[in-house]
Design a protein around this ligand. Structure first.
Ligand SMILES: NC(=O)c1ccc[n+]([C@@H]2O[C@H](COP(=O)([O-])OP(=O)(O)OC[C@H]3O[C@@H](n4cnc5c(N)ncnc54)[C@H](O)[C@@H]3O)[C@@H](O)[C@H]2O)c1
Length: 240
């Protein structure tokens, strides 16, 4: 059960970056992979399911499609949006948008998928962020949402442990994806670079590759990780 090659895997945010790489890795193992996103550019061999993770009706419809066989072996909550800038500039609309996608989205996906995860002893991997673990400047809405996702992971891991359902999270540092460009082009003169630089301490070798995070997701979802739950795995080159 849940052996690679025979699993039903749901990856949100599969149209770009980490989610795209993760969906491709599961596909390469022979799993049946559903890529949920608002955009259709999922990898070849991955079934695209249109889904706005911040919208309950959209989430329920997407999960129903993915669980056509009555099971979901792996739910990888990867979709996310970023926010960057001083707190003075965060609008209520932006706060709500970030929380809808980055925190409420995984909550709704998990709630909808749970019966199907229970049906086959599946597991969940959430992509949080280094911002959910340590102080990251100029990211109050994002850090609050990701901190919430980190704690949701811990709380749920304990709650579902008696049922054998594992829940883990990965907290990436700087990964080479389009989301990062959205942050760095906002590094204006107005921001104190001494504060921003505090975050950038990382092992040499450049940014983390999306497939490196994807490999960690694949591992946490695998039978080899059967005794790992509630783990908040930093994957950040030492940032945290
Ligand atoms: N790239 C980094 O440095 C970094 C660092 C820490 C955490 N993360 C997290 O990794 C995850 C993936 O980010 P990425 O770097 O691959 O970014 P990305 O922008 O390349 O991919 C994000 C994907 O999420 C999708 N998405 C956005 N809103 C959505 C919605 N409402 N419903 C469904 N899909 C939606 C986008 O269409 C896109 O395909 C995010 O949760 C992000 O917060 C990224």
């Amino acid at each position: 059960m849940n052996e690679p090659g025979s699993r039903v895997v749901v990856v949100t945010g599969a149209a770009s970056g980490i989610g795209h790489a993760t969906a491709a890795l599961f596909r390469d193992l022979g799993d049946t992979v559903y890529g949920l996103d608002i955009r259709p550019s999922v990898p070849d061999g991955v079934t695209y399911v249109e889904c706005n993770v911040g919208d309950r009706a959209s989430v329920l419809a997407a999960v129903e499609t993915c669980a056509a066989d009555g099971r979901i072996d792996v739910l990888a909550n990867v979709a996310g949006v970023v926010q960057f800038g001083r707190i003075d500039t965060v609008t209520e609309e932006e706060w709500d948008r970030v929380h809808a996608v980055d925190l409420k989205g995984p909550f709704m996906l998990i709630q909808a998928a749970l019966p199907h995860l229970r049906a086959c002893g599946g597991n969940i991997v959430n992509v949080s962020s280094v911002a959910g673990n340590k102080a990251q400047p100029y990211a109050t809405a994002y850090a609050a949402a990701k901190g919430g996702l980190t704690q949701l992971t811990r709380a749920l891991a304990l709650e579902l442990a008696p049922e054998g359902i594992r829940v883990n999270a990965i907290c990436p540092g700087t990964v080479d994806t389009p989301i990062v460009e959205q942050v760095f082009h906002k590094l204006t003169d107005d921001l104190d670079t001494r504060v921003a630089d505090r975050l950038m301490m990382m092992l040499p070798g450049g940014a983390i590759r999306p497939d490196e995070i994807g490999s960690a997701i694949v591992y946490l979802a695998s039978p080899q990780a059967r005794m790992i739950t509630g783990e908040i795995m930093a994957f950040d080159g030492g940032m945290s």
